[in-house]
Design a protein around this ligand. Structure first.
Ligand SMILES: [Zn+2]
Length: 175
C-alpha cells in the first residue's frame, strides 16, 4: 500500500507501508529506502520512555552498567581523537553511564525524558536535565553533542540535527 508521507532523509513523499505495529504504520521511502514510522508525532514519547523502558528493552539496564561503560570508554577515545575537552551534551543520557566516563575530560550535561533514568544519573552526581531538546535553550554552545542509540527513538530527527548544528561552537562534532 502506498502512503503520502514525507521522508526526513530525502523529502520524497511516496512511501510504501511495510507493516503495522502497535497501531503505527511502518513505511519505506520509495526513493532512498529509509524506513520510518508514519505520523511519528502521534507517539507520546513522555509515556513511552519511562523508567521501565530501559529494563524492558535492554534487560536489567543498571546491572549491565560496567558493560556499557566499557563501550562508552571506547566511544570517548574516538571523540577525543577530534576534541579533547570542553562542553559536551548527551541527548538521551539514560542512567548517565556515558557521563560517568566523561568525568575529567568534559563539562558534560545529560538530557532525557525518563524520570527514573534522570534520578539515577543525578544520584551519580551528573547534571542531568529533563525535557525535549527542541524546547530547550542553552546559554553556552557545545563542543560535542552525542546521541547514542537516540536518533531512531525520536519523532523529529531532522529538527534535532538542525538544532544541534546551531548549538555548536564554530566547529562542532556530533556522534
Ligand atoms: Zn527518502
Amino acid at each position: 500500500m502506498l502512503r503520502r508521507e514525507k521522508c526526513v532523509c530525502c523529502a520524497n513523499d511516496e512511501a510504501e507501508v511495510l507493516y503495522v505495529k502497535n497501531g503505527f504504520e511502518i513505511c519505506r521511502c520509495r526513493e532512498c529506502g529509509h524506513i520510518f514510522v508514519a505520523d511519528p508525532l502521534a507517539i507520546d514519547t513522555a509515556k513511552l520512555y519511562t523508567g521501565e523502558f530501559f529494563d524492558n528493552v535492554y534487560g536489567n539496564y543498571d546491572q549491565r552498567a560496567d558493560v556499557y561503560r566499557k563501550t562508552f570508554k571506547n566511544y570517548l577515545k574516538i571523540i577525543q581523537h577530534y576534541v579533547q575537552t570542553g562542553n559536551l551534551l548527551e541527548l538521551g543520557c539514560g542512567f548517565g553511564h556515558f557521563l560517568d566516563v566523561c568525568r575529567g575530560s568534559f563539562r558534560a550535561i545529560g538530557m532525557d525524558l525518563a524520570d527514573q533514568a534522570l534520578m539515577q544519573a543525578r544520584a551519580h552526581g551528573h547534571n542531568a536535565i529533563q525535557g525535549d531538546y527542541l524546547d530547550r535553550s542553552f546559554s553556552e554552545p557545545f563542543n560535542v553533542i552525542v546521541m547514542w542509540d537516540f536518533i531512531e527513538h525520536i519523532p523529529k530527527p531532522d529538527e534535532i540535527l538542525m538544532k544541534a548544528c546551531g548549538n555548536w561552537f564554530r566547529v562542532g562534532i556530533s556522534f
